[in-house]
Design a protein around this ligand. Structure first.
Ligand SMILES: [Zn+2]
Length: 95
């Protein structure tokens, strides 16, 4: 029996991933990037690979978020999104 069959790990969350989703959602809404699935997925994957994961094991996010840590993660995300967008411009999936 696998770990995920034995335990309910659904409440495991990654704060970095939540912030990455929010940041890229904003870019999509503003049409600041190509909004095709391939480009968006590529940018999300690239960004997640360049941001420190912050997993938490709780149904609720911490009641009082650590603002210093949140700010650090946001800076990492901004940098990763910038390098990801540059990479997409230099190696586009399509014309
Ligand atoms: Zn595209």
């Amino acid at each position: 029996m696998s770990l995920r069959e034995r335990y309910n790990l659904d409440s495991l969350g990654n704060r970095s991933q939540e912030l990455v989703d929010e940041a890229i959602e904003r870019l999509v809404d503003e049409r600041a990037i190509c909004t095709c699935e391939e480009c968006v997925m590529d940018l999300v994957a690239w960004t997640l690979n360049h941001v420190t994961p912050r997993y938490y094991a709780s149904l609720l996010s911490p009641l009082i978020p650590d603002m210093t840590l949140e700010q650090k993660v946001r800076v990492e995300i901004d940098l990763a999104i910038s390098s990801g967008r540059k990479r997409l411009r230099e190696h586009p999936h399509h014309a």
